[in-house]
Design a binder for this molecule. Structure first.
Ligand SMILES: Nc1ncnc2c1ncn2[C@@H]1O[C@H](COP(=O)(O)OP(=O)(O)O)[C@@H](O)[C@H]1O
Ligand SMILES: [Mg+2]
Length: 295
């Protein structure tokens, strides 16, 4: 009789390569937050880890908390996506939920961005996802960067924070996290030398391309503001907005369905003309953010 080969317990599938320390630690964590300045390869790492974890059989979600260089959902939103296998880009994740924050920069909406990120992480966990990866924007330096990242980490409560840094630009945050006790685990990684560094102008172009692609699926619709109110983030009615302003599009349960761009506002007639890919009959409320694009 042939000797029995001992069976390894656990899931079948390719072994985690010891050459990939990020995958090794992320495979042990439920919630992993990826942090680093612009162009350290955070989004590429999030896509690669999500794909590799999904390929092992884990149920994987990604929360895209970068409201400027958005991959899951349009800029001005935090997005939750499902990943079921290897991905070429994070933008190939299936969008499950969005939260409109209101701007393409988090600096005026630190609390809102952090809270939206935390809500989407909890939503992913309660939906049964086993691994939740949080990709973040590049603002890490100075008091604003520190405040933003600490607020996000407080809201998300990650098991693991992966810090991508070339020198020591994220050390103030990394050290502050480490001084807080056992959670979260902090693992520092050196960015791949293949990461392409972009200028602020290139990042803006990239954001505009994402917006253009998002609105390429849009229809231009005229709305009656007596039926579909336009409000600011605090809930106050907004009478007039300029063309180009980006709006959050909410459904009847207050959920973010997408964004819209103002084409024309006729406050005297109570009419608002917007472009949006969201079907007109699903729109319950519009929220005026701060960002404008085009005009
Ligand atoms: N390992 C890699 N090999 C080749 N190009 C990469 C790699 N990682 C990132 N890049 C490229 O570098 C740029 C910045 O990477 P990205 O992941 O978007 O960084 P971040 O999210 O930190 O701003 C992107 O154009 C991306 O395609
Ligand atoms: Mg990124």
């Amino acid at each position: 009789m042939a000797p029995q080969t001992p069976q390894r317990s656990g899931r079948p599938g390719p072994a985690v390569t010891p050459l990939d320390p990020a995958l090794e630690v992320a495979a042990e964590a439920r919630v992993t937050l990826i942090l680093g300045t612009s162009d350290t390869g955070k989004t590429s790492l999030a896509a690669r880890l999500a794909g590799a974890l999904a390929a092992r059989g884990d149920r994987v979600a990604v929360v895209d908390a970068d409201v400027g260089q958005s991959e899951i959902g349009p800029p001005t939103t935090v997005g939750l996506g499902r990943v079921t296998g290897e991905l070429a880009r994070l933008a190939d994740a299936e969008v499950l939920a969005l939260e409109f924050v209101g701007d393409t920069s988090p600096v005026r909406y630190i609390r809102e961005t952090a809270e939206a990120t935390g809500r989407l992480v909890r939503r992913a966990l309660s939906a049964g996802f086993e691994r939740v990866l949080v990709d973040t924007g590049g603002l890490v330096e100075g008091p604003l960067g520190l405040a933003l990242k600490r607020a996000k980490i407080r809201a998300v409560d990650p098991d693991l924070v992966l810090v991508l840094q070339r020198r020591d630009e994220s050390e103030p945050i990394a050290r502050a996290l480490e001084s807080g006790g056992a959670r979260p685990r902090v693992v520092r990684l050196v960015p791949s030398s293949a990461v392409v560094r972009r200028t602020a102008a290139r990042r803006r172009e990239h954001r505009e391309r994402i917006l253009r692609d998002y609105l390429a699926r849009a229809a231009t619709i005229e709305l009656d503001t007596a039926r579909i109110p336009l409000r600011d983030r605090r809930g106050t009615a907004v009478a007039d907005v300029e063309p180009g302003r980006l709006l959050g599009v909410l459904g009847s349960a207050g959920e973010t369905l997408g964004i819209a761009r103002v084409r024309a506002c006729k406050p005297d007639e109570g009419r608002l003309v917007v472009e949006t890919p969201v079907a007109a009959d699903r729109i319950a409320t519009l929220i005026a953010g701060r960002a404008t694009w085009g005009g």
